[in-house]
Design a protein. Structure first.
Ligand SMILES: [Zn+2]
Ligand SMILES: [Zn+2]
Length: 378
C-alpha cells in the first residue's frame, strides 16, 4: 500500500508535468496508470480528460473529488521538479490534491472488503475555467450520491489547520466583457473619428459605481475590472476598446442586480458616445454551499485526526467549481493548510508537502463513517 513517500512522488511528478484546463491528457493517462496498477476500477464515461474511479460494493455510494488542471503561469520556484512545461504551473496546488485523492483511492482499495457501499473518486478537469464539474455531473456518474466530499489547500494556514463553514462557503464567480467599437482617426482630427478610449474611461467609472451606488450597505459583492486594452500608439485614435472583469457575489438577487446594471451601463455608454458597445455576462460557478449535517461530520473527523479546526465566520470571495456538485448533491468542502509564503495562483506558490501526511486520511475516515455509519457511537 502506498505511503507518504509515494504521495510525495506522485505530487512531484504531477508538478513537473502540468497541463492546462481541458488539455489534461497526459495527467489523465498518468492517473489511469497509477489507479490500474492498484487494480482500481475506472468507470467507462465519455470524458475527454479526467476520470471517475470506483472502489467498494453495494448500492449506496459517496463521492470524493479532486481537480487536476494547472494554470498559465511561468513557475518561479526552483526545485528538482520545477515545471517542464514552460508557462504552465500547478500554482493552485491541484497536484497536491491529486496526490491526496490517489492516496484516498489506494487507501480505500486496501480496505475495500470492509466498505458497506461504494466510493466514486472524481478526478475532475478544468476547475480553473469554472465548468469542469459540469463535465462530470453531465455523465450522471454522481447521480444518487449520498455525499460529495472535496477540499482545497490553503496557503495562509499551517498544515495542521483545517477550516470549514456550514452554508455558503465561497462566492459565485461571474465574468463580464465589453467590446467597444468606435471609429479610428488621426489623433489630430478627433472630429473625424469616434474615440473609444474616452468611452472606456467613462465605462470604468460607471462600472465602479455599481457596488457603491446600486447595492445596499448590507449586500456584499466585488466588481473588479482585470483587463483593459485599446490603441497601439500615441498619435492615432483607436477604433476599438476592450474591457473584462469579474463579479463575486453570495446572493442571487445581488448577482442579478449587478448583471442588469452592467448591461444598462453598456447601453448607456453606447448612447452617450454614439458608438457600439457589446456587453457579455457569463455565469461561472455559483457559490459552494456546505450541507449542515455533513459539515458537522467533517468537523468531527478532522478533530479525530487532531486537526486544529477553525470555524470560518465569513465565506471567501474566491470561486470554486465544486459548486457544480454542491448545487445538486449533499456536499461538503473544506480547506486544509498548505503553509506557502506565496498565495494560490502566484508564480512562487510552494506548498508544504507534509499536507499529504494527513489529508488522505481525512477522506478515508470520513468515507468509512459515512458508508459504515460509524459516526453514531462517537
Ligand atoms: Zn485556482
Ligand atoms: Zn484550485
Amino acid at each position: 500500500m502506498p505511503k507518504y513517500e509515494d504521495y510525495v512522488q506522485w505530487r512531484r511528478t504531477f508538478h513537473q508535468f502540468p497541463e492546462l484546463s481541458e488539455y489534461e491528457y497526459e495527467t489523465t493517462k498518468r492517473l489511469k496508470r497509477i489507479l490500474e496498477s492498484y487494480d482500481i476500477k475506472i468507470l467507462d464515461l465519455p470524458l475527454e480528460t479526467g476520470l471517475v474511479a470506483e472502489v467498494g460494493q453495494g448500492d449506496d455510494f459517496v463521492a470524493v473529488r479532486t481537480d487536476i488542471d494547472a494554470l498559465p503561469i511561468h513557475e518561479q520556484v526552483v526545485h528538482e521538479f520545477t515545471s517542464t512545461n514552460d508557462g504552465v504551473m500547478h500554482a493552485c496546488g491541484h497536484d497536491i490534491h491529486m496526490a491526496s485523492i490517489l492516496g484516498v483511492a489506494t487507501g480505500l482499495k486496501e480496505i475495500e472488503q470492509e466498505l458497506d457501499g461504494r466510493v466514486r473518486i472524481i478526478f475532475q478537469p478544468a476547475e480553473e475555467l469554472g465548468h469542469g464539474a459540469f463535465s462530470i455531473t453531465e455523465t450522471k456518474a454522481i447521480d444518487g450520491a449520498k455525499a460529495v466530499l472535496g477540499f482545497h489547500n490553503y496557503p495562509s494556514m499551517n498544515i495542521n489547520e483545517f477550516a470549514i463553514k456550514s452554508g455558503v462557503l465561497t462566492s459565485a464567480v461571474d465574468r463580464f466583457e465589453y467590446k467597444i467599437q468606435g471609429k479610428g482617426a488621426h489623433a489630430a482630427k478627433p472630429e473625424q473619428g469616434n474615440d473609444p478610449v474616452v468611452a472606456l474611461g467613462q465605462l470604468i467609472n460607471s462600472v465602479q459605481s455599481i457596488v457603491s451606488r446600486n447595492l445596499s450597505a448590507f449586500d456584499n459583492a466585488v466588481v473588479t475590472i482585470g483587463e483593459v486594452s485599446s490603441g497601439n500608439t500615441w498619435n492615432v485614435i483607436a477604433d476599438q476598446a476592450y474591457v473584462q472583469g469579474t463579479v463575486r457575489t453570495f446572493d442571487s438577487k445581488v448577482r442579478e442586480r449587478i448583471e442588469s446594471r452592467l448591461h444598462a451601463i453598456g447601453k448607456g455608454i453606447e448612447t452617450t458616445f454614439d458608438l457600439e458597445v457589446e456587453t457579455r455576462y457569463q455565469h461561472l460557478p455559483g457559490a459552494v454551499v456546505n450541507d449542515e449535517q455533513l459539515t458537522q461530520e467533517a468537523i468531527k473527523v478532522a478533530k479525530q485526526l487532531d486537526y486544529d479546526v477553525k470555524l470560518m465566520q465569513e465565506p471567501l470571495t474566491i470561486g470554486e467549481d465544486f459548486a457544480g456538485y454542491s448545487q445538486q448533491y449533499p456536499s461538503v468542502f473544506a480547506f486544509i493548510g498548505s503553509n506557502s509564503k506565496y498565495d494560490l495562483h502566484h508564480p512562487k506558490f510552494d506548498p508544504d508537502e507534509r499536507i499529504l501526511e494527513k489529508a488522505p486520511q481525512y477522506f478515508i475516515t470520513f468515507v468509512q463513517q459515512l458508508l459504515n455509519g460509524e459516526t453514531e457511537e462517537s
